[in-house]
Design a protein around this ligand. Structure first.
Ligand SMILES: N[C@@H](CCC(=O)N[C@@H](CS)C(=O)NCC(=O)O)C(=O)O
Length: 173
């Protein structure tokens, strides 16, 4: 319990230091286009919060397919979340965004994206591994256990509705 409190205190202190550095250096406030339902959006938001990056969150509701609108395609032509706009600079892909934030914002501690190229390569290897392995495996799991079964139920209900309409039509004859 004490350890947890100490960790929270440290995180809050770093957040404050980050915000202070951002305002002192006049660094712009990035806009984060995200839907918290999606893991890479959460990664970017958590990174901003932990490092005290002052940002504006722009919700793009993936369940309403807002990421497929022409307006969002102006932000990310790949029509995926997350994406950021910092001044007139636009960026998509969560790992690239995390690296950009670590480099561009003054309050981010070196350990997130170390200047030392040996240490930095270790960060790259974990990021690449994450996209090619953990991310893909988690995506397959969610698709098979949540998305596809829901789609299947929706289809079954649609067919049942057709059958019901047809049978009531038969009864009227
Ligand atoms: N590798 C990308 C993955 C982006 C991605 O696939 N985002 C999903 C949400 S988790 C999305 O926008 N899906 C909507 C679509 O592809 O139509 C990243 O890390 O940013």
């Amino acid at each position: 319990m004490l350890v947890a409190k100490e960790m929270i205190r440290n995180i809050l202190a770093k957040r404050e230091a980050g915000k202070e550095a951002q305002s002192r250096t006049g660094k712009t406030k990035p806009q984060v286009f995200a839907d918290r339902m999606t893991p890479p959006s959460r990664a970017v938001i958590i990174f901003c919060k932990v490092n005290g990056i002052d940002y504006t969150e722009r919700k793009v509701d993936i369940s309403k397919r807002e990421h497929l609108t022409p307006a969002f395609a102006e932000i990310n032509p790949m029509k995926q979340l997350p994406a950021i706009v910092d001044g007139n600079f636009k960026l998509f892909e969560s790992h690239s965004i995390l690296i950009y934030l670590a480099c561009a914002f003054p309050g981010v501690a070196d350990h997130w994206y170390p200047a030392d190229h040996f240490k930095r390569s270790k960060i790259h290897s974990v990021l690449y591994w994450h996209h090619s392995n953990l991310c893909r495996a988690a995506d397959t799991y969610v698709t098979n256990t949540t998305i596809l079964p829901r789609l299947a139920i929706h289809r079954i209900n649609k067919q049942l509705m057709k059958l019901r309409n047809f049978s009531s039509h038969l009864c009227q004859r």
